[in-house]
Design a protein around this ligand. Structure first.
Ligand code: SF4
Length: 474
């Protein structure tokens, strides 16, 4: 069973929040404005969810928020270690902050999250970015109030990247980004050790939250007007294996489905080897569970899958997909694909394209392999050149774009229920929302529709989105 941060430990952190609050009140009286914080997030939904907690702690400690680094008194970058370019972006940001901090000596710069949970990165920051005041890893998130208090008051670099298998901290403050939709973490960490992936090293082993804690969080969200719940975990299919009860992820999903006021349930991510018939049937049977499945296959070649330590074959993956399609007709499917894994040949890559063509995913998240120090794959050699890998990557996009457009065209004429998110990111004259299958739908409408569920007739299909028009309710 997972270790938990004790009530006393959480109480101690609440004490630091109060001390920061008093500190901030003194600062406001002296300088005529409240201290402002800026947070920036890199990486996955788990990181987004962690930043919501960071912002919750900062809000409770009396900070205001800003998007302008030149005005910020505290800057916190919540980082990702999954790909190299996210790391480079953070180093770029730290470089930009150096002259800002030279002009404003009291500014506090913090870097947290997966990237700094790797010792070589923390050493690099300490050595070449001395203007960073605060470094804390994924396991020290709950301790941020204490660490920030010390960074502000002790004027020295505060570092906490202690190795840990991880413990669960309940009841941390949280400031949600969206009033209608929320991420709810059901478990943390991963035991799978795919050979390219840094997650098990920086997020620790799998640990599940108690079902009653998850349910209480969902009920509280619903009480506050939220209706779309996304259950989060690196491998949700493993949920519950470390609990004393025999509740698994499918059971948990049914429990959330039973909560009055919940309208939609989404979840991610599922590992193909652990996707059970029970979970497939639960998706089919629960009315609030969106008919949508993200099932990363990563590569089509059995040889590469073995080298990735994914523990399924292409045939097994395709068989699972067939099962899903049979049990849940019209399910929307998405996946992750890595192009250019070490030792991958053009023949291996053809197998990946074959999976795309056979499954016909609605959309994919594709990445060129990024070497991660400390992972087994980092020791393997490449067969393909960079140019060949990029060529394959572009081919993959071409093949998928055609499929995505074809799948989207199937929606034209249908009436879809969408939750209206706000102004469209691609056309400021339109609003946009997502339908049950998570496709983006743009439409002309008035601002009072934001945050509401409405029916929209789909009129036009694009590769990445749909257009529609609201349907009047009778
Ligand atoms: S399942 Fe594999 S890819 Fe996913 S987080 Fe775990 S180790 Fe990484």
């Amino acid at each position: 069973m997972a270790k938990h941060i004790t009530d006393d430990q959480m109480k101690e952190q609440r004490g630091y929040i109060m001390r920061l609050r008093e500190d901030n009140a003194r600062y406001a009286a002296e300088y005529g404005h409240t201290r402002r914080a800026l947070t920036e997030t890199y990486g996955c939904q788990q990181n987004e969810n962690d930043t919501e907690r960071i912002r919750g702690m900062l809000r409770d400690a009396g900070f205001e928020f800003t998007d302008d680094m030149k005005n910020a008194d505290v800057v916190i970058y919540n980082t990702c270690a999954v790909r190299e370019n996210a790391e480079q972006k953070v180093f770029g940001r730290l470089g930009l902050l150096k002259p800002v901090k030279e002009r404003r000596r009291n500014m506090v710069i913090g870097v947290c999250g997966c990237m700094v949970q790797q010792e070589h990165i923390t050493e690099k920051i300490k050595k070449s970015h001395e203007h960073v005041d605060l470094i804390f890893g994924t396991h020290a998130l709950y301790k941020m109030p204490e660490l920030l208090y010390k960074a502000i008051n002790e004027k020295k670099t505060v570092v906490d990247i202690a190795e840990s298998d991880g413990a669960i901290a309940e009841d941390m403050p949280i400031m949600r980004d969206d009033a209608k939709k929320a991420w709810v973490s059901v478990m943390y960490g991963c035991n799978n050790f795919c050979t390219y992936c840094i997650v098990p090293y920086v997020r620790g082993r799998e640990r599940s939250r108690e079902p009653k804690a998850v349910i209480a969080e969902v009920k509280e969200l619903v009480k506050n007007g939220c209706s779309e719940i996304s259950l989060l975990g690196q491998n949700v299919n493993s949920y519950g294996k470390d609990l004393k009860t025999d509740i698994d992820f499918a059971d948990l999903m049914r429990m959330v489905n039973d909560i009055e006021g919940v309208e939609r349930i989404r979840f991610m991510t599922s590992h193909p080897k652990d996707l059970s018939d029970k979970l497939i049937n639960t998706i089919a049977e629960c009315d609030k569970v969106c008919k949508q499945l993200h099932l990363p296959f990563q590569a089509g070649s059995d040889r590469i899958l073995k080298q990735m330590n994914r523990r399924y074959t292409k045939a097994e993956y395709l068989a699972k997909i067939e099962k899903v399609k049979k049990a849940v007709p019209n399910i929307s499917l998405s996946t992750d694909v890595i192009v250019g894994f070490p030792t991958e040949t053009n023949e291996d890559f053809e197998e990946t394209l074959d999976v795309l063509r056979k499954v016909e995913f609605d959309n994919i998240f594709s990445f060129i392999y990024s070497r991660r120090e400390g992972t087994p794959a980092a020791k393997l050699d490449f067969v393909l050149t960079d140019e060949e890998i990029h060529k394959n990557f572009n081919r993959l996009l071409e093949v998928q774009n055609e499929i995505s457009l074809k799948k989207n065209k199937e929606y034209v004429g249908r009436i879809e229920r969408i939750l209206v998110d706000g102004v469209s990111k691609t056309n400021p004259e339109m609003l946009s929302g997502r339908c049950d299958s998570s496709k983006i739908v743009n439409f002309k409408g008035t601002d009072d529709l934001i945050g509401k569920y409405i029916n929209v007739r789909i009129t036009e299909a694009h590769t990445w989105s749909l257009n529609g028009e609201p349907v009047k309710e009778n």
